[in-house]
Design a protein around this ligand. Structure first.
Ligand SMILES: [Zn+2]
Length: 400
């Protein structure tokens, strides 16, 4: 593959340099580099080069992206939204392969180079969503890397056959197993956690649990997740998504939670929820060393029509909802959308450095904070050294 030379790009440290890309990696970075004879040269002056964006929590299989506008109709509770989604999706009979392909085109255009997606597994859908998203992933592997979490959206212990389906999903290639509110959805804290952790132990996969349960129910769940993480030797392999409870605990109880997260190296995903829902105190957690990452969550689906799948915008929303203004704070939001997600997904050689895989995003901005604040649309995106999007449009062929 012929190489690329990005001329005059601004590096994250503010220095201006040329980046030589060859063999899908950053081959050299320097002020005096010139293009190899077979390399394409790109004028990157005025552009900041960032590592490819990492969407650490999406639901690609359930998006309504690319279909006629769907006015929001679901009730306010989690259970109502779950049941409503099931009714709408079975009535629309959309293909998870097609829907996920529509959305990843948009994500590629916006600079996302890796996505972890929670894919519904349950009695109504079986493994259809999983297999559909896997077909999409195989067809798009030169454009975006997709990691799959087998996700029991409708519950684990209260539904028939879900444990067998989750186990089979991991056997079929899901890299992680999910869970959902062991208390709030299943009413069986120990049952769900024992079952999920048993599958993770048996199959050697990671764990990423949706935890919306608030207050002490959420805190108790984190304690029990931490206990099992320790007993089963899964340190560093467990993530908790949302963890709203961390945003509503008394300081002393919050400190207990932070100590557990650090001791067992449990990562927290927050996407800065809308509507005044409490969410974890991200700056405090980051200062203490808790690993943090972020994601789109559901994009234009029956849960909400508003999320967009743009991780620079997501970093903006994290900063906005957290009341952050300083560059260091805004950079933390971007770190959650880049290095934080990359760490949780186990990516190797990620970042803007010589030898790293050339998964890169160029945006017209002076600094990382400006890139987040403006989240400008003209973007050049590289996947393993190949241009996959220009001017905010992916170069993927149209879907048929
Ligand atoms: Zn989710």
């Amino acid at each position: 593959m012929a190489g690329l030379l990005l001329r005059g790009a601004r590096l994250p440290d503010g220095q201006s340099a040329n980046l030589a890309i060859r063999g899908g990696r950053i081959d050299a970075i320097g002020a005096e580099l010139s293009a190899a004879t077979d390399a394409e040269t790109i004028d990157a002056r005025g552009c900041l080069v960032l590592p490819g964006l990492v969407d650490g929590h999406a639901h690609l299989d359930k998006t309504l992206w690319g279909t006629p506008w769907h006015p929001h109709q679901a009730g306010p509770t989690l259970r109502e939204r779950i049941d409503h989604e099931r009714r709408v999706l079975s009535a629309l009979a959309l293909s998870p392969a097609t829907q996920s392909a529509r959305l990843v085109r948009h994500m590629v255009a916006r600079g996302t180079t890796h996505v972890r997606t929670h894919v519904d597994v349950g009695p109504q859908v079986g493994l259809d969503h999983l297999h559909g998203v896997q077909r999409m992933r195989d067809a798009h592997r030169d454009w975006i890397d997709v990691q799959i979490v087998a996700f029991p959206q409708s519950g684990v212990m209260i539904q028939p056959d879900v444990l067998d389906l989750l186990d089979q999903a991991v056997l079929d290639g899901a890299e992680a197993i999910g869970g959902i509110d062991p208390i709030g959805i299943d009413g069986n804290l120990h049952g769900q956690l024992d079952a999920i952790f048993a599958i993770a132990m048996r199959r050697g996969c990671a764990i990423d649990i949706h935890l919306h349960d608030r207050g002490e129910a959420g805190a108790l769940t984190i304690e029990k997740i931490a206990e099992r993480t320790a007993v089963l030797g899964l340190r560093g392999r467990v993530s908790i998504s949302h963890a709203f409870c961390l945003g509503m605990l008394e300081p002393a109880r919050l400190e207990q939670m932070i100590a557990l997260l650090l001791e067992h190296d449990i990562a927290i995903m927050s996407h800065a929820p809308a509507g005044g829902i409490p969410f974890p105190p991200l700056r405090l957690l980051a200062e203490r060393g808790v690993r943090l990452f972020t994601g789109s969550d559901g994009v234009r689906d029956t849960w909400s029509p508003l999320n967009s799948g743009d991780m620079l915008e997501r970093a903006f929303l994290l900063a906005y909802c957290s009341g952050w203004r300083r560059d260091a704070e805004i950079e933390l939001a971007l770190r959650m959308a880049t290095h934080g997600g990359a760490q949780v997904m186990g990516l190797r050689d990620y970042g803007v450095a010589v030898g790293s895989v050339a998964d890169l995003l160029l945006v017209p901005a002076e600094t990382a904070a400006e890139a987040v604040a403006a989240h400008p649309l003209p973007r050049l995106v590289l996947k393993r050294g190949r241009i996959v999007a220009r001017e905010g449009r992916s170069l993927l062929p149209p879907l048929h």
